[in-house]
Ligand binder design. Structure first.
Ligand SMILES: [Fe+2]
Ligand SMILES: [Fe+2]
Length: 328
């Protein structure tokens, strides 16, 4: 049934093809009901959600790595504290999302194993290196900014645990975006070299940030069915456009130049025209050939291996506790 419903072309299942149960489910989704873990759901819905929430969780966790790289080198104690808090928030986001995925009948261990084996992805943006302090500004401003753009509509997603996790995550993401913008403000008002670093960071992170919304709608494989299920609330191109429209004035305020010669305001559509990112590069990075893919997965593998004794210790403790309770 799964293959039939989410044919990899992403074709939408029509009403006539639905069983009565599937049609009743679709009616609930259409009416804006929240689907809860104990409710009946189509297998395709469950699997698509596991993939989406799992990849989202992995992105939060892997996303700590490029920033963690700068904790020891943050320029002031205050910036260091802020960055530590931000990276810690991302760990929290990962945990809420793994918990949300677990309500669908998959364990966190399974999701982690899928990530390490390359069967699951995380956002391709985290395969780019953070070379200077200005990159931490650009990541907060652009990457967390794009994350917010993606995640705010997901607060209305049909799956209850996912929608509720998004509420808190979005609040924290807006703080992240502001801390990034505040770094950029400081840099552009600093020395000519600092301003240059800020421009260079924007140059390198602009297109990878646009890629965060996924391929163009015409090439996006899972969209139609996911939108019918309200797992996805807006199309990739819609969100990308909104992001560009919001971000260009922010770049102007910083006095920085968006690295796109085609960028111009289009009065008629009420938005900017802009160049698409290099999709070949996107698919290369997705396939594991980005600048930092091996490093990121290597770091996750090491953390998993190093943490084995903690997992074993917790299991032993839980078993001992259960035996004691049973004996009493
Ligand atoms: Fe996050
Ligand atoms: Fe964030």
């Amino acid at each position: 049934m799964y293959a039939q419903m989410v044919k990899s072309t992403g074709t939408l299942m029509s009403r006539e093809d639905m069983s009565p149960q599937e049609a009743a489910f679709q009616d609930r989704v259409d009416a804006g009901d929240k689907i809860e873990p104990q409710d009946w759901m189509p297998e395709g819905y469950r699997k698509t959600l596991i993939r989406q929430i799992g990849q989202h969780a992995h992105s939060e966790i892997v996303g700590q790595l490029p920033e963690g790289n700068w904790i020891t080198r943050a320029p002031t104690l205050e910036r260091k504290q802020i960055l530590i808090a931000k990276v810690q928030d991302e760990a929290g986001h990962g945990l809420y999302l793994y918990c949300a995925a677990e309500t669908l009948g998959v364990s966190r261990d399974e999701l982690t194993e899928d990530l390490l084996a390359g069967r699951m992805k995380y956002s391709s943006i985290f395969n780019y290196p953070t070379l200077t302090w200005a990159d931490i500004g650009a990541v907060g401003w652009l990457v967390d900014g794009a994350a917010i753009m993606n995640q705010v509509p997901l607060q209305r997603t049909s799956y209850g645990p996912y929608a509720r996790a998004m509420v808190r995550i979005c609040k924290e993401e807006s703080f992240h975006q502001r801390q990034g913008y505040s770094i950029m403000m400081k840099m552009v008002n600093g020395t000519p070299e600092q301003r240059e670093m800020a421009q260079d960071a924007l140059n390198r992170f602009w297109y990878p940030s646009l890629m965060m919304f996924g391929p163009s709608d015409k090439d996006s494989v899972h969209s139609a069915q996911s939108m019918a299920w309200k797992i996805k609330m807006n199309s990739n191109d819609e969100l990308r456009q909104k992001f560009v429209d919001q971000t260009v004035p922010q770049a102007e305020y910083l006095g920085l130049t968006v690295p796109d010669p085609e960028l111009r305001w289009n009065e008629e559509k009420g938005g900017y025209d802009f160049s698409e990112p290099d999709w070949d590069e996107f698919y290369q990075v997705l396939r594991g050939n980005g600048p930092c893919n091996a490093e990121r997965i290597g770091a996750r593998q090491k953390a998993w291996d190093d943490g084995a004794w903690v997992r074993e210790g917790l299991m032993a403790h839980a078993e001992k506790h259960a035996r004691r309770v049973a004996a009493e």
